[in-house]
Design a protein around this ligand. Structure first.
Ligand SMILES: Cc1cc2nc3c(=O)[nH]c(=O)nc-3n(C[C@H](O)[C@H](O)[C@H](O)COP(=O)(O)O)c2cc1C
Length: 201
């Protein structure tokens, strides 16, 4: 498979960048080809503009959006890597999602998240988080993210199968971080093939 990893972090030495690298090493060890979209390093503009709105109505698609869509088109699996911010996406990833996965390209209706226009791709969210797993489960954050991301976002992307891999306690000790990087490596190594139909997993 060809695996696209989309990284959102301004610091190349951040834990998130290391997690993306470990994921890609795992994917390569399993025989996949890998490609990195380093959104900050590449200067992606996450601001949603009038040109984006006009493109939804049939005008020319902005060239930076088109470039991302071409990159996605050649991928069989896509992994988004970003630190959990306020129980959601940081602004760079949010803008990338808003602008790139556009009306008429990713979806053309709002009734059923399982009816994407895109072919099935394997989707992974690899998310470093400060919180512990018990905090996120007990307070309902995990369930909220699964609904918003796995169903409400990855559904419209056409991703199947889908995986939310949270790297809990990412601000923890060096040994904690080592084990999280092993988790990221395994997520890459164990990547499943895209589904042959549109069923969510
Ligand atoms: C603006 C901001 C918001 C954050 N919000 C959350 C949050 O809602 N939940 C959480 O578990 N961690 C939160 N964190 C902690 C980050 O997720 C954590 O610092 C990050 O995963 C560590 O990875 P990094 O070293 O690559 O930045 C937040 C951090 C920042 C800077």
């Amino acid at each position: 498979m060809h695996v696209l990893t989309v990284l959102d972090h301004p610091d190349p030495n951040a834990f998130s960048a290391a997690a993306a690298q470990s994921f890609m090493e795992g994917a390569k060890a399993a025989g996949h080809s890998v490609e990195l979209a380093d959104l900050h390093a590449e200067g992606f503009d996450p601001r949603w503009t009038l040109a984006d709105i006009e493109a939804d109505d049939g005008a020319k698609v902005p060239s930076d959006v088109l470039q991302e869509q071409v990159r996605i088109a050649r991928a069989d699996a896509v992994c988004l890597v970003f630190p959990l911010f306020w129980w959601g996406m940081p602004s760079m990833t949010k803008g990338w999602v808003d602008r790139v996965w556009s009306w008429g390209w990713a979806y053309d209706q709002l009734d059923d998240p399982e009816l994407s226009l895109q072919r099935p791709r394997t989707g992974v969210l690899l998310i470093p988080a400060g919180a512990r797993s018990d905090e996120m489960a007990e307070d309902g954050y995990l369930a909220a993210l699964e609904t918003a991301w796995i169903k409400g976002t990855f559904g419209y992307f056409g991703f199947s199968p889908r995986k939310l891999e949270i790297l809990y306690g990412a601000k923890g000790s060096p040994s904690r971080r080592r084990s999280l990087l092993e988790q990221a490596y395994r997520a890459g190594y164990e990547l499943a093939a895209p589904a042959t139909d549109r069923q969510a997993s």
